[in-house]
Design a protein around this ligand. Structure first.
Ligand code: GLU
Length: 428
C-alpha cells in the first residue's frame, strides 16, 4: 500500500465524479459517501509463549439497502480504518453491479499473518467473532476471505459464531472450506471471473486470446487463478507474476517469456503467496525487481495485489502494446493514473466489475447454505460466468451509450441500483 494514497479519499473521489454527472440529490450523495456503521475494537490474543497481545480490528458496514452487508476480512500490517472504509464502499458497488441482493462491508485486522502460528491465528479470528458476533449474521453482515485470510480461518469463524449463537449457522460467513459448508468453485471464483471479463473485453475489441500475452501483479488467490485461466480458458501466454518474498521481506517479479507455468509456480508457493525463489530460478524463471511487471510488452495487465499500484509514477511505464487493464485487486489504480490510461486509449475493466466473481460465488455459497443443498462445480462456474458476462455487457452498454470511461459506467449502473433500493425502502 502506498503511503501517499488514501484509498477512502480515492473511493470518495470516484463516487463524487459520477454523483456530479448523475446530479445526485445532495442528501443521498452525502449518505452514500460514508459508511452507515463502523466498529473499531481491540482483540486480546494469548500468544504461544504465554503472553497476551492486543490486535486492532475493524468492521465497516457501508450500505445494506439491497440486502445484508457482504465483504471480506483482510489481515495486513498496513491496514487502516480508511482502507477498510474504501473496501467496504467498493463492496456496495460490487454487489450492485453484478445485481446480487447484498450490500457492502469490509473487515480488517492490523497484523502480518505470516508472523502467527496456526493456533495464534485461530485464537485471533475467534476473538474477532467474539467482538462482532452480535452485529454479523446471515441476514445482517456476512464476512469472507480477502488478503491474508484463508478458508480455514472462515471455518473457525463459522464455528465460533455457531457456538455463540447456539445453532449451526453456516451462512454467517462464506469462503469456507469445501466439506465445511463451502461451495465448490469458490477458491477459483475471483481469478476465473477476472478472465471471464477479459474474454468479453477481447471479443469487444476484436482481439485473439490465443495471440495475447498478460503480465500479472501478485500471486495470491486472485492472481494464481487469473494466471491459470488466462492460459487454460483463453489460450494466452502469461509472462510474469509478482509476489512478496517472506524471507527477504520484499517483492519481486517472476518472469519467463515462453512456457510460463502458473500451476508449477503455485506448487512452489506457500499459503501467503510467497514463491520459493530458488526453485523458480532452477526452473528457468528470472527474478526481477518488484515493479518490472508493469512495463512488460503485453496485451493485458492484471494488477491483482493491493490498492494504489498503478499511480502517477508507475503509469508512465505501461507499454504502448497494452490494450486491456483488468483490475483483479480492489482499488489498484489511482484517479490521476486513470486520466493517463484514458488518454492512452487502454480499455479498463474496473475492479468492482472485474473481481466480482468472488462475491458472486460467495452469494451462491450462502444460498446453498440456506437450502442445505450443494451444487456441482460446473453449475457454480456456469452461473458465475452468466452473471459476470451480463454485468460486463450492462456496463459496456452504459459506457458506449453515455460515452464515458468504463469505471464511470460501472459506477453509474451500480449507483442507480442502490439509489433505487433506497427509494423503494423509503429512505429517500
Ligand atoms: N474479499 C472479496 C472481495 O473483495 C470477496 C468478498 C466476499 O466474498 O464477500 O470481493
Amino acid at each position: 500500500m502506498s503511503a501517499s494514497i488514501n484509498p477512502f479519499e480515492m473511493a470518495q473521489f470516484q463516487f463524487d465524479k459520477v454523483a456530479d454527472q448523475l446530479k445526485l440529490d445532495p442528501s443521498v450523495r452525502d449518505y452514500l459517501r460514508w459508511p452507515m456503521r463502523e466498529f473499531h475494537f481491540r482483540i486480546p490474543v494469548r500468544m504461544d509463549d504465554g503472553s497476551m497481545k492486543n490486535f486492532q480490528g475493524y468492521r465497516v458496514q457501508h450500505n445494506d439497502s439491497r440486502g445484508p452487508c457482504k465483504g471480506g476480512l483482510r489481515f495486513h500490517p498496513a491496514e487502516t480504518v480508511d482502507s477498510v472504509r474504501a473496501l467496504a464502499t467498493w463492496m456496495t458497488w460490487k454487489c450492485a453491479v453484478v445485481d446480487i441482493p447484498l450490500g457492502g462491508s469490509k473487515g480488517g485486522v492490523i497484523v502480518d499473518p505470516s508472523t502467527l502460528s496456526n493456533g495464534e491465528k485461530e485464537r485471533l479470528v475467534r476473538g474477532w467473532v467474539q467482538q462482532m458476533w452480535k452485529n454479523i449474521g446471515p441476514r445482517l453482515d456476512v464476512p469472507a476471505p480477502d488478503v491474508g485470510t484463508t478458508p480455514q480461518m472462515m471455518g473457525w469463524m463459522m464455528d465460533e459464531y455457531s457456538k455463540l449463537a447456539g445453532e449451526y449457522t453456516p451462512g454467517v460467513i462464506t469462503g469456507k472450506p469445501v466439506g465445511g459448508g463451502g461451495s465448490l468453485g469458490r477458491t477459483e471464483a475471483t481469478g476465473y471471473g477476472v478472465i471471464y471479463t477479459v474474454r468479453e473485453a477481447m471479443q469487444h475489441l476484436g482481439m485473439d486470446g490465443k495471440k495475447s500475452r498478460a503480465a500479472i501483479q501478485g500471486f495470491g488467490n486472485v492472481a494464481q487463478y487469473s494466471a491459470i485461466a488466462f492460459r487454460e480458458m483463453l489460450g494466452g501466454e502469461v509472462v510474469c507474476v509478482s509476489y512478496w518474498d517472506r524471507d527477504d521481506r520484499q517483492s519481486y517479479t517472476v518472469s519467463k517469456e515462453k512456457d510460463f507455468d502458473p500451476v508449477f509456480l503455485q506448487s512452489i508457493t506457500d499459503q501467503y503467496g510467497s514463491i520459493n525463489k530458488q526453485k523458480a530460478k532452477d526452473a528457468g524463471y528470472a527474478i526481477e525487481d518488484a515493479g518490472a511487471w508493469i512495463s512488460k510488452d503485453v496485451d493485458v495487465l492484471i494488477p491483482a495485489a493491493l490498492e494504489g499500484q498503478i499511480n502517477i509514477e508507475t503509469v508512465q511505464s505501461i507499454s504502448s502494446r497494452v490494450k486491456i487493464i483488468a483490475e483483479g485487486a480492489n482499488g489498484p489504480t489511482t484517479p490521476d493514473a486513470d486520466e493517463v490510461i484514458k488518454a492512452k486509449g487502454i480499455f479498463m475493466i474496473p475492479d468492482f466489475l472485474c473481481n466480482s466473481g468472488g462475491v458472486t460465488v460467495s452469494y451462491f455459497e450462502s444460498v446453498q447454505n440456506d437450502m442445505n443443498y450443494y451444487w456441482p462445480k460446473q453449475e457454480v462456474l456456469q452461473k458465475e460466468d452468466h452473471i459476470l458476462t451480463s454485468a460486463f455487457h450492462a456496463v459496456l452498454e452504459m459506457s458506449l451509450n453515455e460515452k464515458v470511461y468504463m469505471r464511470d459506467a460501472a459506477y453509474m449502473v451500480a449507483i442507480a441500483r442502490v439509489v433505487k433500493a433506497m427509494q423503494l425502502r423509503g429512505w429517500i
